[in-house]
Design a protein around this ligand. Structure first.
Ligand SMILES: Nc1ncnc2c1ncn2[C@@H]1O[C@H](COP(=O)(O)OP(=O)(O)OP(=O)(O)O)[C@@H](O)[C@H]1O
Length: 358
């Protein structure tokens, strides 16, 4: 198990992070510059926290009070960087072999050739990095790390340098390479929500150097707890609540004169906002006076390849964004539909100290 509890003063804020991670893929997600890479670098021993402790499988790697700071090379942690950082003057084989310095020639040969097979680079042993595609370079970087049999594998935006169309394939490749060849702990840094959801088991959400939520990925995406977490996971509608009334079985949130009903099991004393994914907003003709159903006008429409974002103004002048499939846009535009905020899709949020109001 990895245990982390560290602080480090950065340029614009203090990184204060405390979490544990077990075997499987744990994703660290958050906006650009929120401290994700500094966290990985601190684990790898490339940056030194100001205080706190880090241990891996009960072995202390860093402890500010006990003066422990295990050198980077002695931590048994593998690190795959954003740009793979392969040695340009070394062949695929030599790049992978690099991590095995000091081992016998026979061991090196066996381990390298086994890894080359596993990451499907047979035939490329004598190629140089600039003769490989982005995906092949990524596999060399992964092989170079896995060959050292690390206890912890750090992946910092491993897909950011790749074209969109190969990303999906390589993601699945990465998952199957890891499933077949690695049983340790993986920390994956990304700011791509879809990627995080597809690849990770557990998630840690960051904002300005703080953990704002963590847990099983399904829970984090389905039940964001605060406005900052909702923003990080890509919720486009985070609406301020003026007051809350509890009634039997549900609560009523008042927003600028509009009543929104929410199941009471979600209630929390310090709720400040309601959130709903734009994809979960519904349009309805039948339920004229149904709960959470409102008239609207359309402010503007942004058409994507498959999906359109419709910026709506509700009857009380609150603006929300609804995402609909392109072939459903006409029905919304020309119909006499009302917009519905389905009760089961709403979540109540509190404001965290690190998240801006509104
Ligand atoms: N040693 C350091 N001392 C002070 N500030 C630092 C140090 N290292 C990094 N920073 C700053 O800390 C902030 C967080 O950087 P970090 O690279 O961890 O962000 P990130 O979340 O990984 O961002 P991105 O997603 O863009 O890679 C940045 O403003 C960076 O300039």
């Amino acid at each position: 198990m990895l245990k982390v509890d560290i602080t480090k003063t950065l340029k614009h804020f203090q990184l204060t992070t405390s979490f544990t991670a077990e075997a499987g893929i744990t994703g660290i997600i958050g906006p650009s510059g929120c401290g994700k890479s500094v966290t990985l670098q601190s684990l790898a021993g490339l940056q030194t926290p100001d205080s706190g402790e880090i241990s891996l499988n009960n072995r202390p790697l860093f402890h500010s009070e006990h003066g422990i700071h295990v050198k980077s090379k002695d931590r048994n942690i593998g690190y795959v960087f954003q740009n793979y950082a392969l040695f340009p003057h070394l062949t695929v084989e030599k790049n992978i072999e690099y991590g095995l310095k000091g081992r016998s020639s026979l061991e090196k040969k066996q381990k390298v050739s086994s890894l080359i097979k596993k990451v499907q680079l047979t035939g490329y042993e004598n190629h140089y990095p600039n003769q490989l595609s982005g995906g092949q370079q990524q596999r060399v970087a992964l092989a170079r790390t896995l060959v050292t049999e690390p206890d912890l594998l750090l992946l910092d935006e491993p897909f950011s340098a790749l074209d969109h169309h190969v990303k999906h394939i390589l993601e699945q490749e990465l998952v199957s390479i890891l499933q077949e060849n690695y049983s340790g702990i993986v920390l994956l840094v990304t700011h791509n929500m879809e990627e995080a959801y597809r690849l990770c088991d557990q998630l840690i959400l960051y904002d300005k150097g703080q953990i704002i939520q963590s847990g099983k990925k399904e829970d984090v995406f389905q039940k964001p707890e605060n406005t900052a977490a909702a923003r990080v996971i890509g919720c486009k509608n985070i609406l301020p609540v003026d007051s809350i009334t509890k009634t039997n079985g549900y609560i009523t949130c008042r927003m600028e004169g509009l009543n929104v009903k929410v199941p009471s099991r979600h209630v929390s004393d310090n709720t400040t906002h309601i959130g709903i994914y734009s994809e979960n907003i519904a349009f309805t003709k039948e339920k004229e006076d149904a709960d959470n159903t409102y008239s609207f006008t359309i402010n503007n429409v942004v058409k994507g390849i498959h999906q359109t974002d419709i910026n709506l103004r509700l009857e009380n002048e609150i603006d929300i964004i609804a995402s609909v499939l392109n072939n459903e846009v006409d029905a919304v535009w020309h119909g006499e539909a009302k917009v519905e905020l389905p009760m089961s899709q709403l979540f109540l949020l509190k404001t965290t100290s690190s998240s801006p109001q509104g």
